[in-house]
Design a protein around this ligand. Structure first.
Ligand SMILES: *Cc1c(COP(=O)(O)O)cnc(C)c1O
Length: 360
């Protein structure tokens, strides 16, 4: 068996020990005689798996007691509608900060549910920088302020937490959740699709402060109503049971590795190897402002895009896959989530050097 270094932006590489454990437990979970996939979500076995996953997430992220953790479906794109359906009703208005493709999608979707004010936009810098907090034009009557904490496509990331005063901060953390410590108490709501850093697709994590629950618009479907889901321990409808199980194994693995501080150190070390090389090369380039560079998704371009195909082919031959950049920005993108080992990044840089020598 040969495993590749998978630089996919998502669904993304998972820790090998997690996959091995899932394989071991596939036919018979802990002597139950069943696969987790075959269990009733209301049986004691699955309820224990669910409770363990929630408790690990709470412990790792330091989720305060006045926040609910919901395991939902619909992904972050689903949350683009679910968040306003649950939160915008308070005043009918919300502020959004536009920093790239994902926040633009959030803004577009939210407009169906209320008045959306784009409080700041990185458009002038072609989304290569996060607009400074001093430039944001916030509405004190907004129901919430929405940000995307890491733009997976253009590779810009907040390395600070915006102060939005009494207005709750809502963050799409799909591509950087669990990558570093977060002060959850500074947010009203955090959501994330699991498939970047936490598990397989099909599971969406929502961490929401108690007082923001219970204001859903009447049109909100029951399965997406935070209050109903909270009252039913995320089991108002059948939750994505297998994805929750794998997320639990990933969370345990993160804990065994030393938790989110250790993840941050590991991710900083990996990203530094790649950015240092990019900055010292005239063959490759990354357009993002240094202070806003993502530790998770590193887009880069070759000097001549006619070489892109040869670069990708050569990488593939060396067992490095999914390096093609998003079609909207072109070039390359290396997604280096928690589960990407430092050896993967070193192998990539070694290959990039060889390619530069041969084609530079
Ligand atoms: C991947 C991603 C999404 C989309 O997630 P879906 O699961 O496809 O809904 C949204 N926001 C960000 C920041 C992402 O990285």
């Amino acid at each position: 068996m040969t495993r590749v270094f998978n630089f996919s932006p998502g669904p993304a590489t998972l820790p090998e020990p997690v996959l091995r454990k899932a394989a071991e437990e596939m036919l018979d979970w802990h002597g139950s005689g069943m696969s987790v996939m075959e269990m009733s979500h209301r049986g004691k076995e699955f309820i224990s798996i669910h409770a363990q996953a929630e408790s690990l997430l709470r412990e790792l992220m330091g989720v305060p007691a006045n926040y609910r953790v919901l395991f939902m479906q619909g992904g972050a794109i689903g949350e683009n509608a679910i968040v306003p359906m649950n939160l915008i009703g308070k005043t009918g208005k919300a502020d959004y900060v536009s920093t790239g493709d994902w926040s633009k999608k959030s803004i577009k979707e939210a407009k169906s549910y209320g008045k959306v004010n784009v409080a700041a936009s990185g458009e002038a810098s072609t989304f290569t920088a996060i607009p400074a907090r001093s430039e944001w034009k916030l509405d004190p009557e907004a129901s919430y302020v929405h940000i995307c904490s890491n733009e997976t496509i253009s590779g810009v990331e907040y390395h600070w937490t915006p102060d939005t005063g009494a207005v709750p901060l809502v963050a799409d953390m799909s591509s950087n959740i669990l990558s570093r410590p977060v002060d959850v108490s500074k947010y009203g709501l955090i959501y994330a699709g699991a498939q970047k850093n936490m598990g397989p697709s099909g599971l969406t994590i929502v961490i929401v402060r108690d007082d923001l629950i219970g204001h859903a618009l009447p049109i909100c479907p029951s399965a997406f109503n935070y209050q109903l889901q909270s009252e039913n321990d995320s089991m108002y409808n059948t939750p994505p049971t297998y994805a929750i199980y794998i997320a639990g194994l990933v969370l345990q693995h993160v804990k065994d590795q030393g938790g989110l501080k250790a993840m941050e150190a590991h991710n900083k070390a990996k990203a530094a190897i790649l950015y240092d090389y990019l900055d010292n090369s005239s063959f490759y380039s990354n357009p993002v402002a240094r202070e806003d560079r993502s530790l998770m998704n590193v887009p880069f371009k070759l000097k001549d895009d006619a070489l892109d195909d040869a670069f990708l082919k050569g990488a593939q031959a060396k067992g490095m896959i999914q390096l093609k950049g998003h079609r909207s920005v072109g070039g390359m993108r290396a997604s280096i989530y928690n589960a990407m080992p430092i050896e993967g990044v070193k192998a990539l840089v070694t290959y990039m050097k060889e390619f530069e020598v041969q084609n530079g």
